[in-house]
Design a protein. Structure first.
Length: 208
């Protein structure tokens, strides 16, 4: 697994304007001096499973993966010890007055647990870097087509590492990238954001 982690991270660009790399970059709001390394540890723990499903979202958000290092996973869920395979942090991840809570992360993990597949599911993103507005770390923006394409090499590696897993795109952008790089995937399910929680749950149940 360490070799997989290193290989995945080598595919990602560093120092790209408007893109934050959770596993190599540090943020001014990180509490720990080695926060990026802790995110690598959490990613390694998350990938350490016999995955039956890989859910692929669009991109990390500032309330989730930017600080957790795991797609669809928020600081609050980690602090509460609710994420399988990942040890609850002993200290806060950010200097925000309250731990970040990402609605999409809460929905995704709730549905995974309702379906009983939380221990055999990997969460990932089409774009593994956090797209944000210039100079505004606590912001999200839609990734450009070029930025989405940057995620293709890591997706290919993940497919090779977990050949038995069903890949499920969450949203049309993830579906399009997977199709463009000839990765066979299940029909996309609705992204849980912007009122899509019920349709996300319905779509995932249909695939499972």
């Amino acid at each position: 697994m360490p070799d997989l982690i290193a290989s995945l991270l080598r595919t990602l660009p560093q120092g790209s304007p408007g893109l934050f790399n959770p596993w190599t970059d540090r943020c001014a709001h990180d509490v720990l001096h080695d926060a990026n390394k802790q995110r690598i540890v959490r990613l390694r723990q998350h990938l350490d499973c016999k995955a039956r499903m890989i859910l692929v979202g669009e991109a990390p958000g500032y309330q989730g993966c930017r600080y957790s290092g795991v797609a669809f996973t928020s600081e609050r869920l980690l602090m509460e010890g609710k994420i399988p395979r990942i040890q609850a942090p002993k200290k806060r991840l950010t200097d925000r007055h309250r731990a970040f809570s990402e609605p999409s992360a809460t929905t995704v993990w709730r549905v995974l647990m309702e379906l009983g597949i939380q221990n055999e599911t990997i969460l990932w993103n089409a774009v593994q870097l956090h797209p944000h507005l210039p100079g505004v770390s606590w912001s999200n923006r839609p990734p450009t087509p070029h930025e989405i394409a940057l995620g293709a090499p890591a997706l290919r590696l993940l497919r090779k590492a977990f050949p038995q897993a069903t890949i499920i795109p969450i949203g049309k952008k993830a579906e399009r990238l997977l199709a463009d790089i000839d990765i066979i995937a299940a029909p996309y399910v609705r992204h849980p954001a912007n009122g899509g929680a019920a349709k996300f749950a319905e779509g995932l149940r249909a695939v499972v």
